[in-house]
Design a protein around this ligand. Structure first.
Ligand code: HEC
Length: 159
C-alpha cells in the first residue's frame, strides 16, 4: 500500500519541480529585462563624455514631433512643477531650458542632459532645487512620447 501511494506521487513531484524551475526562470528573465529599460544607470560624473547617451538620444529624436511634446508636457503634468508662478521655487522653468541644457552638465550635450534629466532625474540635481521630480517616467513613457517631449524641451519656445 505505502509503496504504491509513494509511486503515485511521482507526477506531483515532477510538476512541483517544473513549477520551481519556471518560477526561477521567470524571476531571472524579469530582472534582465528590467535592467534593459530606458532608465539609464547612474554614471559617475567624471566618466561622462560628449557621446554619453547619444546613441539612445539620436534614435529618440529621429522623427520626433516637438509640437506633440508641447501637448504631452501638459498631459503628463510636467507643467505642474515646471510652469506657473511658483515654478522658480519648485522646479526650474521650461523657458530657457534648451539654452541652459547646453552648459548644465558638461560634457553632456543639451539633448543628452535633457534625456538624463527625464529618465534619471536624480543622476544630477539642479543646484538650489530638491530631488522631487518623479523617477518613474522612463517606465511610463513610450519611446515616441519621450522623444517628442525631449524635442519640445530642446526648442527655444519651450515654456
Ligand atoms: C513634482 C515636480 C516635478 C514634476 C511633476 C516634473 N518635474 Fe522635472 N524637475 C523637477 C525639479 C525639482 C527639478 C530640478 C531638480 C532636479 O534636477 O531633479 C526638475 C528638473 C527637470 C529638468 C532639468 C531642468 C534644468 O533646468 O536643468 C528637466 C528637463 C525636467 N525636469 C523635465 C521634466 C518633464 C519632461 C516632466 C514631465 C514628464 C517633469 N520634469 C515633471 C520637478 C518636477
Amino acid at each position: 500500500m505505502a509503496a504504491a501511494s509513494k509511486k503515485n506521487r511521482l507526477p506531483v513531484y515532477i510538476v512541483i519541480s517544473l513549477l520551481v524551475v519556471f518560477s526561477v526562470a521567470f524571476v531571472v528573465i524579469l530582472a534582465i529585462t528590467t535592467e534593459n529599460e530606458m532608465a539609464a544607470e547612474p554614471i559617475d560624473a567624471n566618466e561622462l563624455t560628449a557621446d554619453t547617451y547619444m546613441t539612445e538620444v539620436s534614435a529618440l529624436l529621429e522623427n520626433a514631433d516637438a509640437a506633440n511634446g508641447a501637448v504631452l508636457v501638459e498631459k503628463y503634468g510636467c507643467i505642474a512643477c515646471h510652469r506657473g508662478e511658483m515654478v522658480a521655487k519648485i522646479a526650474p522653468p521650461f523657458i530657457g531650458a534648451a539654452e541652459r541644457a547646453t552648459t548644465r552638465r558638461p560634457p553632456l550635450t543639451a539633448a543628452a542632459y535633457i534625456y538624463e534629466a527625464i529618465v534619471n532625474p536624480t543622476a544630477y540635481v539642479v543646484p538650489d532645487f530638491n530631488a522631487v521630480m518623479p523617477t518613474d517616467y522612463a517606465a511610463q513613457f513610450s519611446e515616441s512620447d519621450l522623444g517628442d517631449i525631449m524635442a519640445y524641451l530642446l526648442t527655444p519656445d519651450a515654456h
